[in-house]
Design a protein around this ligand. Sequence first.
Ligand SMILES: Nc1ncnc2c1ncn2[C@@H]1O[C@H](COP(=O)(O)OP(=O)(O)OP(=O)(O)O)[C@@H](O)[C@H]1O
Ligand SMILES: O=C(CO)[C@H](O)[C@H](O)COP(=O)(O)O
Length: 302
Amino acid sequence: MSRKHPIVAITGSSGAGTSTVTETFEQIFRRESITSTIVHGDSFHRFDRFEMKRVFNEATAAGIAPPSHFGPEANDFTSLEKLFEQYGKDGTGRIRNYVHDEDEAFEFGCDPGTFTPWEDLEAQTDLLYYEGLHGAVKTDDVDIAKHVDLCIGVVPIINLEWIQKIHRDHSKRGYSTEDVTDTILRRMPDYVHYICPQFTNTDINFQRVPLVDTSNPFDARWIPTLDESMVVIRFANPRGIDFPYLLSMIEGSFMSRANAIVVPGGKMELSMQLIFTPMIWRLVENSRKARGLTGLRSPSIA
Ligand SMILES: Nc1ncnc2c1ncn2[C@@H]1O[C@H](COP(=O)(O)OP(=O)(O)OP(=O)(O)O)[C@@H](O)[C@H]1O
Ligand SMILES: O=C(CO)[C@H](O)[C@H](O)COP(=O)(O)O
């Protein structure tokens, strides 16, 4: 945790919707004139796609379980923790990107399945924003969660998560449903041991729950829409959360527990704006003061 150089992490499984939530944060940053550095979790994969295939084939030939992108063998947790530690200390660090598809290849000028070169972070941003698989991981060797000032879990119920992953990997990344199903099965032990435990380390979880039948996610023809779902928003520490304000602003919302509010799917983005804007505003205001800079103007939503 760092008053001077705060870190916001959005963590969720593959296909959960962390990239989609990032668009909401980008709007908040733009509207409030906040400068941020975005770190994509995939850039801390240990291998590029070709090396990963080689490691996978070697393990399979040797009769041992191959590493998965959910676990520590295929991700450099130590370097991710070092980046968070370094940024928290002095606002510096180095980042790169993992190129998934042709669109990103065009954007970054590198082939799909490879990494862009490591680069220094832009100097003096207001915060570091992490989006990816491992923003709240704790193991015997690393504690990534402890460096994060605001940690958010994006966790659709599992059938919906799989539907989202299958559709995205098929339409954007060119994988068949069978390929994605194999990947889901292969990653399951690491899903249970490294992805799920994070959601007890987060400050807020957003869990989208479909209201339509998703019994067979491997044969779903489309992703349930926002209007066909509700979102459970759970606060680890509800003290200081203005629930009466949220309930009055978000039509159709209700409390399901003392620390959980349920909102209609179509209100998910509004809920995020209402909840996060004052939190981000406070983090940045404190950071600017600690760095001897002028504060922000009053938040647009308080
Ligand atoms: N709230 C939502 N409503 C409907 N569709 C959604 C929602 N959130 C995400 N999706 C869809 O789910 C798919 C996966 O979302 P997204 O790319 O944001 O996942 P991700 O968590 O960033 O995945 P990865 O880490 O593997 O890149 C996309 O097709 C996206 O449009
Ligand atoms: O979902 C993922 C991580 O969030 C991807 O599976 C991972 O980044 C590897 O990508 P690819 O299989 O396209 O090389």
